[in-house]
Design a protein around this ligand. Sequence first.
Ligand code: UDP
Ligand code: MG
Length: 324
Amino acid sequence: MTAGTAQHPELTILVPVYNEQDSIAPFVAALAPVLDSITRDWEILFVNDGSRDATIAEIRAAHGRDPRIVAIDFSRNFGKESALSAGLDHARGRAVIPMDVDLQDPPEVIPEMVARWREGAEVVLARRENRDSDTRLKRVTANMFYAMLARLGDTPIPRNVGDFRLIDARVVEALRSYGERERFMKGIFAHVGFKTATVNYVRPRRAHGQTKFRPVQLYNLALDGIVSFSTFPLKIWTYLGFAGAFLAFAYTAFIVGRTLVSGVDVPGYASLMVVMLTFNSIILIGMGVQGEYIARIFAEVKARPLYLVRERIGDAGTGTETER
Ligand code: UDP
Ligand code: MG
């Protein structure tokens, strides 16, 4: 590795932030010494995801204290997945490390990740040793989600690995070529491949403030993950349909036979209802699943921008070619 230039610092720390005014200063204070111990040639790129508090003022103050802290400011809240994409588009480092601002991704892990990278790894995953710092509900639902994804998904997605990882500039370039609007970054990260190493860490609890995700957002993220990385939910209806049709034919033969032998009998309300309710609900579920895919096709076809930048603080993104 040659020494970095101002255009291309050695490391970019990419940090999406949403209403995190109390976290910015402690985060920088904890992270900067760790980065300085690796190289003085780094940038911290904040992506302000439409915060409604004093987050942007805190970032501006941090930039005033250290110009290596730069930022892009979104016109509104676009969500963490979009903020990560924007960060990858604007990151100039020869390696990029996405991190949460709440110190749940401990800076102490970074030297180890950088060491693996310097040994030749192109992606260094940080894997959580356990989920002790999560609530029971989050643990159970996360386990269910990863189990489903593993069964249904076409791309193996590593378990207990978040967005916290080191990504070589070559991989960042590859990630920029993913044009999809509905972005499930953990899946896209896994889809690119490249030489991958893993380091383990224990995930602490949030240092300041509280989680920025509501349960419904996590549900949607999980749905995005499955729909974007599996076509199995679409295909299962063919098999259910065949199975249902087979049962229906068998039952038809039985009823016709019985009517021929013992004449018309009027009772049959119960069996009629059962068949109608069962098949109608199966059809509705099938249509609903198709709807999930169609809604995503609709979003892709509209091809709206993933995010809109109001302004840049410092020279964020200068020298990066890809801009969407
Ligand atoms: N975040 C964001 N946009 C959002 C929600 C969250 O940029 O719409 C950021 C947030 O500021 C934090 C990171 O994503 O830096 C992780 O969020 P959080 O810690 O609330 O998630 P959790 O750890 O609870 O899963
Ligand atoms: Mg957190």
